[in-house]
Structure formats: structure tokens, C-alpha cells
Design a protein around this ligand. Structure first.
Ligand SMILES: [Zn+2]
Length: 372
């Protein structure tokens, strides 16, 4: 299974056909909801029927290749989404098996439609999860909706301290002091377990689940590398089930991604105007991209607009048909936003596809932070 990375996405985006369009098809094959292959085959059939009825650019040969691949059966282990790209006329065929479900869609463009992948790759960063109490610790690495790594630690506190009823006051204090020292040591060991898993597997963020007191004491002894990665607290105890941990981890990952998007959109809003380090709206974004000034492109998920692309110099335009750069006759595209994302990826820009960000929608659903 090719790994979904920024590089893989850029390589895919770099393919441009010699003329015939590329069909991109995303299919949700998540076995948790679609137990039998017929379940997603029906959905694929509907997508293909719709494409051949409504999009004259969709070549029957490409649709057939996609249908055949899915019907012939593929290894479903660990696969919850498929991304398929076909341009039979140019002998181009790529499949990515995704560890997360995707929404069903079919697009016909001059190059592979990689926007959905661009969004996924950010959500797939591994998250470290440390659940800890006074004598137990469980550490996980969550990625692709699964717990891919785990470690446990149990350091039992001496029971007799709790149950012994008659002891001198001085001795009780000593015992309490001893217990506190054992707990502190256990939390240090727990932090070491977390650090070892980080060293071995790596994760972008760490979440800790514990009672208030234990939480504060644990955070205080985390390695500085881990403290930097500390994100929202997870509200689960050490006894949580795998399903509870997966669900809570996914929710934290979504929140991290939304916050990152919100911060970028806020930066965009602040940088528009006065010093001109940001542009918003399709027309200005296209102009900045044509001038190679874009550093980060921000686009609302699902934003589609028509426009034009010059076959001779590659410039994009909202209005056609004549290229402003070289006067050539441009080609009309139903989805120029796809071309914008594609060009951004090919020219080394960062691309952030924002989901449900109302602030970006207000700004025109697209914008760019400029390099200069
Ligand atoms: Zn041109």
C-alpha cells in the first residue's frame, strides 16, 4: 500500500495528461459500515452512471478500468477508502488504498484531483495518548483511526498502608510521605514510557488522561520534547476501552486540525489589505498564483467555480477566453478551483483544505498567504 505522504500527493498532482482528461474516483469501502462488497459496488455504479450521463469528458474506458478494479476485488485489510486515478489514453493508472474512509466522488480534470488527499494527510499525523493514575499507566500511539502501538506499566502501591487502622500519627505521616514518593516515582516512569514510544514511533501531539492532581504532576515530569507536543487533555481514565480511546483520539485530532486551519485563516484575514501579504477571493488568488507569489493556499472544502486555463503558458483565469499573458486561446474548465490547487501543489505551495471554516467562506472561500 503506497503511503500517503505530501511527496506522494505532489507526484500525483504533477501528472498532466497529453490532452485526454484524467478521471479521479474516491470510494468509501469502510468495512465497518459496508460489510459486503456489493454495498460499495452499488455506490460506485451510481457514481459511474452519473458521470457518464452528465460529464461528456468522462471517457468510458476510464470508467471501465475503475469499475473492473473494484469488482475484481482488492485486499481490504486495513483499507477504508480508495483513491483511483485513470487516464487510459495516456496509460496512466494509480490506486491509493487509504486507512481512513473518504466521501464518494468522481472528478474529471486535466490532472489527478488530489484535494481530498491533501486534507487527509494532515489528519493522519500520529497522536500519543497517555492514560495514567497513581499506580498504572497505559500509553498508545493513535494513527489512521487505529491504536498502532501500546505500552503498559503497573507499579502497585503497598496496600497495608491504606488498611492499617492503628498506627502512631508520626508513622502515618511517614507512610503517607512514602506513598507520595512512590506515586511520584511511578509518574516519572510513566513519562519515560511515553518518551520511549515517542522515540520509537514518533507522534506529532500528546494527550494525557488523568485526574486533576495526577494530570498536573504528570505534565510536570514530561520530557521537554513531549511537553512541547502536549495538546488538549483526553477525558478518559486508565481503564478505558480501545473503542473509547480511538473515538476520543479522533475527536482530538479533528480539533487540532480545525484549530490549525482557524489560525491560518485568522492570519490570512489579518494579512489582507494594508501590507498586501495576503489575498482573498478567486480572482486575486489566481493572480497571485500566476505570479508565483503564493506561499500557502487556503481553500474551503467543496468550493467549485468555473474558469479558464491557458494551454500555452499554464496561466489560470477566472474570465476567458484570451490569455492575458500571451494572447493564446484558453481552455474552459468547469472546476478552476481544482486547477488552482493543482498548480499550487506543483509549484511547491502549502495547501490547506479547510472543512467547515465559516471565516474562510466569508472571505470568498479561497485565499493565499503570500511569499512577498
Ligand atoms: Zn497564456
Amino acid at each position: 500500500m503506497p503511503v500517503l505522504t505530501e511527496t506522494a500527493i505532489r507526484e500525483l498532482a504533477a501528472f498532466r495528461s497529453s490532452g485526454p482528461p484524467v478521471v479521479s474516483c474516491y470510494l468509501d469501502v469502510d468495512g465497518r459500515r459496508q460489510v459486503r462488497p456489493q454495498d460499495y459496488e452499488h455506490r460506485l455504479d451510481a457514481l459511474l452512471r452519473e458521470a457518464s450521463a452528465s460529464d461528456p469528458k468522462a471517457s468510458p474506458a476510464d470508467l471501465e478500468v475503475i469499475a473492473t478494479y473494484v469488482r475484481n476485488g482488492f485486499d481490504r485489510s486495513g483499507v477504508r477508502g480508495l483513491a483511483m486515478f485513470s487516464c487510459v489514453a495516456d496509460r496512466f493508472w494509480q490506486v491509493l488504498s487509504l486507512p481512513v474512509p473518504v466521501s464518494n466522488s468522481l472528478m474529471v480534470n486535466s490532472s489527478p484531483a488530489v484535494e481530498p488527499l491533501e486534507h487527509l494527510v494532515h489528519e493522519l499525523e500520529p497522536l500519543g495518548v497517555l492514560l495514567v493514575d497513581r499506580q498504572r499507566a497505559r500509553m498508545f500511539v493513535h494513527q489512521f483511526g487505529e491504536l498502532i502501538e501500546r505500552a503498559e506499566l503497573f507499579e502497585e502501591l503497598p496496600r497495608e498502608y491504606d488498611s492499617r487502622d492503628e498506627a502512631s500519627r508520626g508513622s502515618r505521616e511517614r507512610e503517607q510521605h512514602h506513598t507520595d514518593a512512590l506515586v511520584a516515582q511511578h509518574l516519572r516512569h510513566s513519562a519515560e514510557v511515553a518518551f520511549r514510544l515517542h522515540r520509537d514511533r514518533g507522534f506529532a501531539h500528546l494527550t494525557v488522561g488523568a485526574t486533576d492532581d495526577t494530570y498536573a504532576a504528570t505534565v510536570a515530569v514530561l520530557h521537554p520534547y513531549l511537553r512541547e507536543r502536549l495538546t488538549h487533555r483526553i477525558h478518559l481514565g486508565v481503564g478505558a476501552t480501545d473503542a473509547e480511546i480511538r473515538a476520543a483520539a479522533l475527536a482530538i485530532e479533528r480539533r487540532i486540525e480545525q484549530e490549525k486551519e482557524a489560525a491560518l485563516v485568522a492570519r490570512l484575514r489579518d494579512s489582507v489589505g494594508a501590507h498586501g501579504r495576503g489575498v482573498v477571493g478567486l480572482v486575486d488568488t489566481i493572480a497571485a498564483l500566476n505570479d508565483r507569489r503564493v506561499g500557502t493556499l487556503l481553500v474551503s472544502d467543496g468550493f467549485v467555480e468555473s474558469g479558464w486555463r491557458c494551454p500555452s503558458c499554464g496561466s489560470l483565469a477566472r474570465k476567458g477566453p484570451t490569455c492575458r499573458v500571451d494572447g493564446a486561446e484558453m481552455i474552459h474548465h468547469d472546476d478552476i478551483v481544482h486547477e488552482v490547487v493543482d498548480m499550487a501543489l506543483r509549484t511547491g505551495c502549502a495547501v490547506e483544505v479547510c472543512v467547515g471554516n465559516a471565516d474562510l467562506d466569508v472571505l470568498g472561500r479561497i485565499g493565499a498567504l503570500l511569499r512577498y
